[in-house]
Ligand binder design. Structure first.
Ligand SMILES: NC(=O)c1ccc[n+]([C@@H]2O[C@H](COP(=O)([O-])OP(=O)(O)OC[C@H]3O[C@@H](n4cnc5c(N)ncnc54)[C@H](O)[C@@H]3O)[C@@H](O)[C@H]2O)c1
Length: 340
């Protein structure tokens, strides 16, 4: 197949490119380097010679996307490209609606024009509303029917994108799989691609950087009502997450169906539990100081995995320890991530 991967120069998209090429697909990447990296594209292109065609194109500019579809006979789209900082979206909501929601509408319209009928969309647990307060802290699992009431413009921009996708399905028969990711962690197991966000936003990534002495680690949560006072999240390994995309793509194309799935492990870990785990696995006791607290974050979010397990046959195969070890490899190879 020839698969278009939007956001392929970013963290999760680059892992999708790696997997697609490893499985023998041809890949077309669209990225405008808003948050992605040229060195990532160069590394992937030299790892998989002849398999990747890259376009520096912006989803906000429909004519740029049209040119890609004009040149390439695309069979399916994996749509990762987006801005994804909750905090940034609280400061600049317009940027998020323009880039994520309008960008997705452009992509869908071009897919319609060129009769490309299959899309896997990277959505997020940030589209869900807060779970009702419960006495039992372990009663915070979220299934796909949980009410969607985002607590940030980021979550809203992704929820609106989901709605656009439903309309393009209903009106023009574009099949979709919406994957609502929980917290993504880890890197490709050989350390070839990984996360390079600047500033780095993801807890486990930051804790490993702290453990390797790359930069001081800071806690950025606000106190919440959990046993240790830190928020509980569900940490899913990036390669497991990408496996879910390819299972979804296969089912969608074979059965011509659409679906929505959470992608998480079904197990919550608190921020402090993750930090302690990183210390234990790396054998390093690094300093922890408090940084600026994030805004718009919920107290506990973790996935109910029943649907994805039953319908896609997906199960997380990698442990938190595997994720930490893959990050140690990635940051040992590239302490500062991609150069540019
Ligand atoms: N990282 C997580 O924990 C997480 C959790 C839930 C959902 N997601 C979703 O997964 C997707 C990928 O996240 P990530 O962590 O890899 O982010 P990332 O910032 O590393 O990568 C996003 C990529 O998209 C590109 N991009 C952004 N806007 C673009 C545009 N208008 N045109 C072309 N390219 C554009 C960026 O340059 C970047 O390379 C996003 O859609 C995000 O909402 C991520």
């Amino acid at each position: 197949m020839k698969i278009l991967i939007t956001g392929g120069a970013g963290y999760i998209g680059s892992h999708a490119v790696y997997k697609a090429c490893s499985d023998g697909h041809d890949v077309v990447i669209v990225d405008n380097f808003l948050r992605g990296f040229r060195e990532c594209i160069e590394t992937l292109s030299s790892t998989f010679p002849g398999k990747i065609t890259f376009y520096n194109a912006d989803l906000r500019k429909k004519e740029e996307i049209e040119k890609v579809f004009e040149k390439e006979k695309i069979d399916a789209v994996l749509h990762f490209a987006a801005l994804c900082s909750v905090n940034e979206s609280m400061e600049d909501p317009y940027f998020y609606f323009e880039n994520n929601t309008y960008g997705t509408a452009n992509l869908l319209d071009v897919m319609k024009k060129y009769d490309v009928r299959n899309i896997v969309f990277s959505s997020t647990c940030a589209t869900y509303g807060p779970k009702e307060r419960s006495d039992n802290i372990y009663d915070y699992s979220i299934n796909e029917l949980n009410i969607q009431l985002p607590e940030s413009p980021y979550g809203e921009s992704k929820l609106l994108s989901e709605k656009e996708i439903f309309w393009f399905n209903k009106l023009f028969g574009i099949n979709y799989t919406i994957l609502r990711y929980f917290n993504v962690c880890g890197a490709q197991e050989n350390g070839i691609v990984g996360d390079s966000k600047r500033p780095s936003l993801l807890l486990m990534q930051n804790a490993v950087r702290g453990a390797l002495g790359i930069e001081p680690f800071k806690l950025t949560y606000s106190e919440v009502d959990t046993p240790d006072g830190s928020p509980i999240r569900d940490y899913v390994n990036v390669e497991d997450l990408i496996d879910a995309h390819f299972l979804a793509l296969d089912k969608m194309i074979r059965q011509k169906t659409s679906g929505i799935y959470n992608v998480g492990t079904g197990k919550g870990s608190s921020v402090l539990e993750i930090v302690n785990k990183v210390m234990e696995i790396t054998g390093t006791k690094f300093d922890i100081s408090k940084g600026e607290a994030r805004k718009g974050e919920a107290k506990a979010l973790y996935s109910n995995t029943e649907k994805i397990v039953n319908e896609l046959g997906w199960k997380p195969a990698r442990s938190i320890e595997d994720s930490v070890k893959s990050l140690v490899k990635w940051y040992t190879n590239r302490p500062n991530g991609w150069k540019e």
